[in-house]
Design a protein around this ligand. Structure first.
Ligand code: GCO
Ligand code: MG
Length: 408
């Protein structure tokens, strides 16, 4: 069996999904996602210029060898752009394997460990009341877990994932007006003084059952993160996410010495070598990698297995930039993983998105139910894809009030 051709598409309804389609001499095709938010054209070019020409003629069933070929064969290994490109190939090859076996991918991993996977959505508000309204809407929709972010009184600008006016939560993560970033101004002191009580009020309003998550988005120094974690402990958070920048793994030791708050890290990691120490030293509780830029299913599964040895559960990244293809790959891993924790899932199911990526994966009562169709269980309508093209976007850049550049 041979790979005969592969094509890359960039675009989508209000998104820049990078979709790879791999064709074979037996008529079976596979789909994969290489969407690296706000840098989408780069994995697309890496695929087109370097990987696809090499891929033609390979046996698509050799998922492992093909992964090793690209990773080890590159000499300059890894990095998020390359790993997103390998990830897309890997997802597409698993999709082909599932179709050949006529089984959904979770069956090839070891079958189902659960019927529905717990998901969380993003609640956000310009202020605390606005956030409470947003949480209520998700609770009414049946979500059992929500991530909460709100505006901080006196903060010079809206900060991470917070709308600048009430009821204004939209696609606050990517600004599609161009590649020039807007600027957020951040004040750690205001955040640290306000947020613990705000989280306590959310807990008081919604009671003990709701899983409450909060994302610090890398903004604190290690000592501040330890103090913050201690302060929010009575809230009983499901997790505290990215309290410090991800590069400094030892930073977590201080937090661990001072608090038992569960810690989730890893959405920017693209390799097991960026999280093996965090996992082996049991400095985190949830690993946040995504199949998209952690090298696809083959590499992510390796991370999940290592995590399982150390009581670390999964909480795969599922920000709104992820395509239905990577969310499907994660859904199959979530259905199987013995150490599954939770899945970030923002409903993608607009009519336009469903037309582009038809599938019967579904969200019900805050639980994600994986499709039983062979492979990933997602199709791709190339005719629909012709309606879309790349549109440049950006993340905000963060500065302190004196102008010092800070962590987004
Ligand atoms: C999350 C993330 C996102 C990122 C986004 C950047 O927890 O979902 O922090 O919100 O900001 O993925 O592209
Ligand atoms: Mg995050």
């Amino acid at each position: 069996m041979k790979i005969t051709d592969a094509k890359v598409f960039v675009g989508g309804p209000g998104k820049n999904y990078v979709t790879l389609k791999i064709m074979t001499d037996q008529g079976v095709f596979g789909l994969g996602d290489a969407t690296l938010n706000n840098r989408e054209t780069l994995p697309a070019a890496y695929l087109q210029d370097y990987l696809i020409p090499t891929l033609i003629g390979m046996d698509p069933r050799n998922t492992e060898d093909i992964w090793q070929f690209f990773y080890r064969g590159a000499y300059f290994r890894g990095g998020p752009i390359a790993m997103a490109a390998y990830g897309a190939i890997d997802m597409a090859l698993w999709d082909i394997k599932g179709k050949l076996a006529n089984m959904p991918l979770y069956q090839l991993f070891g079958g189902k460990s659960r019927d529905g996977a717990l998901t969380y959505a993003h609640a956000a508000g310009a202020d605390l009341e606005d956030l409470m309204d947003s949480v209520s809407r998700y609770v009414e929709l049946g979500y059992k877990a929500v991530r909460v972010q709100c505006g901080i009184p006196g903060m010079p600008t809206a900060s991470y994932a917070v709308p600048d006016k009430k009821g204004g939560a939209g696609d606050y993560i990517t600004d599609f007006s161009g590649i020039l970033p807007t600027m957020e101004v951040w004040d750690t002191g205001r955040y640290m003084r306000y947020m613990p009580d705000a989280l306590a009020e959310i807990r008081a309003r919604f009671g003990p059952e709701l899983h409450i998550l909060h994302d610090v988005h890398h903004r604190l120094l290690p000592r501040e993160a330890a103090e913050f974690a201690k302060a929010v402990e009575p809230v009983g958070l499901y997790w505290l996410e990215d309290p410090t920048p991800a590069e400094d793994q030892d930073a977590l030791r201080l937090l661990r010495q001072h608090s038992t708050v569960p810690v989730a890290i890893g959405e920017v990691f693209h390799s097991i070598y960026q999280c093996n120490k965090l996992i082996e030293n049991e400095l985190i509780d949830f690993i946040r990698v995504a199949v998209t830029y952690a090298g696809g299913i083959t590499h992510t599964k390796r991370i999940v297995d290592l995590a399982g040895l150390h009581h670390v559960r999964t909480g795969f990244h599922g920000a709104p930039s992820h395509s239905p293809l990577s969310m499907a790959a994660q859904a199959h891993l979530n259905a199987w993983a013995p150490n599954f924790g939770i899945q970030e899932y923002l409903v993608l199911g607009t009519p336009e998105c469903d037309a582009l990526f038809p599938s019967d994966h579904r969200l019900e009562g805050g639980l994600f139910h994986v499709s039983d169709a062979p492979g990933l269980g997602v199709d791709f309508d190339e005719k629909e894809a012709e309606r879309y093209s790349y549109s440049p976007g950006s993340h905000p850049v963060v500065r302190l009030e004196d102008g010092t550049l800070w962590n987004y």
